[in-house]
Design a protein around this ligand. Structure first.
Ligand code: UD1
Length: 419
């Protein structure tokens, strides 16, 4: 099994380019079922994307990767379509459940494996099914599969989500994209990745308006044309490298191929901690750390501080002066990095949903284990700032979502290698 070995305390300098967003690419790939031919650009070459491509291929679409150019071409010739998402593909990548909305819209039926829980919580799909039922789908659960049908097609309606969910909003958008009449979705997630999906659906001919957390879809004329779309940058990868810069930049670290306007809350929080950030049009410069301060934050749906950056921020807070608190308000079990960080010398206590971090603490290298995607990258950050050598096991989690992580860091003088 592969491991990462990091020799810590090497200051970072240079420029890092941010890849396309995994979390935007996944629903757009699911939406590609609705088109004839799609050319998707700025696609991150990470495991979850390959798994989604495999799923589309299983369904009957033709997939061509042009890896050098970060392009995927998807063609739907409507031959041998299989409206099934099998367990073996959905279990490793929960976003597989997003094909449900597209398959129901286009083929009026779908059989999609229930994704089950994962390390960070039980992660149900009740909100996805709630929206699809309201749009007129008949749904039953049998043998671990969601069996959905809409013999006469889906019908527009008003839906108010009882709580905000990224995946449920995406599935509802895909299902409503061709529904008869008007659909109004209230209390939606409005993450930048969802706005990217909406941009893609608009190119498909879907008429969509968005106001606050309300999204209306009406009079859509999906004519399945050829679509070309460039995926938005990965704001979580950006946030991760901003924190890396805040922890251990030599003088400064430049991060480019981004739009700083999209990550205002992350910038504000890091500035409150005392991180010096210079915003440019398509890049950000992080300055060497000086006297960082403690902070209390709560993870929230966008535009709040993202749960996907909670573990990385925690590493930064181990290095600031004073006691900080992070309340994890999205997932029930997302502190699995804490025992590993404590083994490296971090002073962290968990009380219910809140992590209490005492800083500054001296981190020293240890052998640690990655448990999920973002927890893994927090251990990489800890390894970069720790004394001596850190060995990270189970790094397949990292490969699910971070493109060229080691080579990007090595280019900035980090000592990191895979064995
Ligand atoms: C997406 C992101 C993930 C991110 C999360 C929150 C992708 C591929 N993944 O995951 O990286 O951490 O948003 O920003 O984009 N919930 C229910 N019932 C449902 C659906 C969700 O109770 O039917 C709960 C979840 O258990 C969780 C909360 O709602 O507690 C938010 O989850 P959700 O926004 O749906 O996350 P995902 O779409 O799974």
């Amino acid at each position: 099994m592969q491991k990462l070995i990091i020799k810590g305390k090497r200051e970072l300098s240079g420029t890092i380019s941010i890849s396309g967003s995994k979390n935007a690419t996944l629903p757009i790939l699911a939406a590609s079922i609705l088109a004839n031919r799609v050319i998707l650009k700025n696609v991150p070459l990470v495991k979850d994307i390959f798994t989604m491509a495999e799923l589309l291929n299983f369904i009957g679409l033709k997939i061509k990767f042009i890896k050098k150019k970060k392009i995927i071409e998807i063609t739907n010739k409507e031959k041998n379509i299989n409206t099934l998402a099998p367990y073996k593909l959905v279990k490793t990548m929960r976003a597989g459940v997003l094909v449900l909305g597209s398959l129901l819209t286009k083929y009026r039926k779908a059989r999609v494996s229930l994704p089950g829980g994962c390390a960070i919580g039980s992660r149900p799909v009740d909100l996805h099914l709630f929206a699809l039922k309201k749009l007129g789908a008949k749904i039953k659960i049998k043998d671990g599969y969601i069996i959905a049908e809409a013999k006469r097609g889906l019908k527009g309606t008003n839906i108010k989500f009882p709580s905000v969910s990224v995946g449920a909003t995406e599935n509802a958008l895909l299902a409503a994209s061709k529904a008869k009449g008007k659909t109004v979705l209230k209390n939606c997630a409005v993450e930048p990745e969802i706005l990217d999906l909406i941009l893609f659906l608009k190119k498909l001919g879907t008429n969509i308006n968005i106001k606050g957390r309300t999204i209306s879809i009406s009079n859509s004329k999906i004519n399945q044309p050829n679509i070309s779309h460039e995926v938005i940058f990965d704001r979580i990868e950006l946030g991760t490298f901003m924190i890396a810069g805040a922890l251990i930049a030599k003088n400064s670290l430049t991060i480019n191929k981004i739009n700083p306007k999209i990550i205002n809350s992350e910038i504000n929080i890091l500035r409150k901690v005392g991180v010096q950030i210079i915003k440019k049009k398509t890049s950000i410069i992080i300055k060497k750390k000086r006297n960082l301060k403690n902070i209390n934050i709560v993870t929230k749906p966008y535009p709040g501080f993202p749960t996907d950056l909670q573990a990385q921020l925690m590493v930064l807070l181990t290095q600031v002066n004073g006691v900080s608190k992070i309340k994890e308000d999205i997932f029930e079990n997302r502190f699995m990095h804490v025992p590993e960080l404590k083994r490296m010398g971090a002073l962290i206590e968990i009380k219910d949903k809140t992590a209490i971090i005492k800083g500054p603490s001296k981190l020293t290298g240890a052998e640690v284990m990655a448990t999920d995607l973002r927890a893994s990258v927090s251990l990489v950050l800890a390894g970069l700032v720790a004394e001596n050598r850190t060995i990270i096991n189970r790094i397949y989690h990292l490969d699910r979502g971070y493109e060229f992580l080691e080579s990007k860091l090595r280019k900035c003088k980090a000592k990191i290698r895979r064995v």
